[in-house]
Design a protein around this ligand. Sequence first.
Ligand code: UT7
Length: 325
Amino acid sequence: MKIQIAGTGRFLPEKVLTNADLEKLVATSNQWIIERTGIHERRIAAEGVCASDLATPAARQALEAAGMKPEEVELIVVGTSTPDMNFPSTACFVQSKLGAVKAVAFDVLAACSGFIYGVSIANNFIKSGQCKNALVIGAEVYSSIINWEDRTTCVLFGDGAGAVVLKAGEGESGILSTHIFSDGSKSADLYTPGGGSVNRFTPDLVSEKKYALCMKGNSTFKVAVKSMADAARVALEQNGLTGADIKIVIPHQANLRIVSAVAKQLGLDESLFYINLDRYGNTAAASIPIALDEVVRNGRAGKGDLALMVTFGGGFTWGSVLVRL
Ligand code: UT7
């Protein structure tokens, strides 16, 4: 028995925020953003649109591709660090919006790695017989935790959602391995200080913008490159494979220079790596499932091909999923 990706989906908000738009907000330039990140534009959710609003249509599309009805779903895992609310979980809101009445629903908080963590968890739930299928979603509204006066972060992120349906099946296709890792000693390099029990909600929290994401970009960059390369290596080694066996690498879409450096560390051609960060920026936990859905739908990889997904995010958290599509 293999745990297979039975369907994929994505949903991006319509509104496009270009580098030229950001030039009007902060002291930045189209040239700097493109040279240092590779990002040209990103999508921004309209006022009042929350993570479950993006997750639900992505999930519907994945269910349709899998030929499944919402009532058949047994587990919903949402990877998000911009949930609708602190609680209930965004997964519960998605369950309700879909009408997935039978599903157990919960969120995973692993920042940009939330989707890969979710796949790892759902894979184990299905393998152990606790459920027959799972909807794993990455959904983010990072525009809600951005300090729009901070040029070092506001140019990087975007909003969106991606989803997969996992279920047990026969044949060659399926998840070959999942590896997830954490290092809490680096939590202060990438975090949102406010809104939890450390910096409680006060008027100061808002005026000091403590709800907003903070990142030490340079040190995060270095750890991201090493961690993503390590996570890719362990997946290949455990499966007795080399880069030559892989049809496509789907990396977390944080920065084109990170992807180039990971490719170099692994001795792989950059053309093996799927890139959409030019159009969407960094959509955190949504970045890999959005890219995976594009890959499946645009035919860049298809049934029988090996796809290696590699992530890195706040925590720090990182990991990989190797799958035969
Ligand atoms: O998804 C989770 C994981 N996220 C990541 O892994 C992101 C990792 N970090 C990065 O992608 C990069 O570090 C950044 C894109 C955030 C920054 O690029 P960098 O090449 O590391 O730039 P830097 O932070 O070293 O800054 C270089 C210069 C600074 O000016 P000075 O001090 O040299 O005068 C910055 O103030 O660039 C300046 N700068 C900008 N200039 C124009 C920073 N942001 C901007 C900007 N526009 N938006």
